[in-house]
Each structure stands twice: as C-alpha cells, then as structure tokens.
Design a protein around this ligand. Structure first.
Ligand SMILES: Nc1ncnc2c1ncn2[C@@H]1O[C@H](COP(=O)(O)OP(=O)(O)O)[C@@H](O)[C@H]1O
Ligand SMILES: [Mg+2]
Length: 143
C-alpha cells in the first residue's frame, strides 16, 4: 500500500515550488509519473523540478517528439506520451533514448505507455494534479 500527501496550490509558482521539493528527493534512475488533465499544471510542476535539478534551458511540453533531454548534473528527461494511442507500434529504442539508470525522468500522460516505460526505469513517485477552481490546483504526491 502506498501513502500520498495532498497539497493545495494557489499559483503556478506554488506548483513549481512543489516540484522543486520533490526534486530534492530524487536520484539518478528515478522516474516520476505526472498525471492530470490538460492545463492541470503537469509541465509547470516538471519545470519547477527541473530548475531545482539544475536545468537551465526552457522547460516546455515536448511537442514534436515524445520527449526532451535536458543537460544537468544528473541528466533529466521529460516525456509527454499524450499522443501515443498505443505504444505497440513504437520502436522500443525511442524510450531507451530518454530513460535509464543515469537519468532522472518525468513522464506526462504515462497512461498508455506505463508498462513499457517500466521496463526502462523504476517508478519512484507519482504526482496527480487536478483543477480546483481558478488558479487553484490539488497536487497529490504518492510516495
Ligand atoms: N496553481 C497552478 N498550478 C499550475 N499551473 C497553474 C496554476 N494556476 C494557473 N496555472 C496555469 O495553468 C497552466 C498549466 O499549464 P501546464 O503546466 O502546461 O499544464 P499541463 O502540462 O498539465 O497541460 C499554465 O498556464 C499555468 O501558468
Ligand atoms: Mg504538459
């Protein structure tokens, strides 16, 4: 059984700060699954985590590829599997480029690909973000 902690965020900056807090607990090889509807703040959360991990380049949702790799003391990968209906047709090497024991990785919309990505890295944490009216979000961190 896993426990979880729920926070209420009142701004994008607060959500980034929660990402930064989580980042402090991560080490190479850890993978964080980030779930939530469109606009819930997944990329915002990942941006805060990436900043705390030493990523200096802009952190935006990957658009034309399934992922991005950011240079940092421990390299960071950021995947968004939203458009992958099923990963069956995808080349497994596609994921190998982003996931592995040397990398800290964040995966938005892990849904369809969850079993496949689990082959490359262990799920260290799960984060769920939900709209809660206006700029408020509920951020649930699963241990
Ligand atoms: N409390 C909040 N937490 C996160 N984002 C917020 C919050 N309040 C407003 N926003 C805004 O909501 C949007 C969230 O976008 P994004 O992080 O890209 O979401 P997702 O990746 O889940 O689709 C951003 O424009 C952000 O500035
Ligand atoms: Mg996003």
């Amino acid at each position: 059984m896993s426990s979880s902690i729920r926070y209420r965020s009142h701004s994008a900056a607060e959500t980034e700060a929660l990402g930064a807090e989580l980042a402090a607990t991560l080490r190479a090889g850890d993978m964080v699954l980030v779930e939530g509807d469109l606009g819930a703040g997944k990329t915002t959360f990942v941006r805060g985590a990436c900043r705390a991990l030493g990523v200096t380049v802009p952190v935006t949702s990957p658009t034309f590829t399934i992922g991005q790799r950011y240079p940092a003391p421990v390299p960071v990968s950021h995947l968004d599997l939203y458009r992958l209906e099923s990963m069956d047709d995808e080349d497994p090497d596609l994921l190998a480029d982003y996931l592995g024991p040397e990398t800290i990785s964040f995966v938005e919309w892990p849904g369809v690909g969850e079993q496949r990505i689990a082959a490359f890295a262990s799920v260290a944490r799960r984060v769920r973000l939900e709209h809660a009216g206006g700029e408020q979000r509920v951020v649930e961190l699963e241990a």
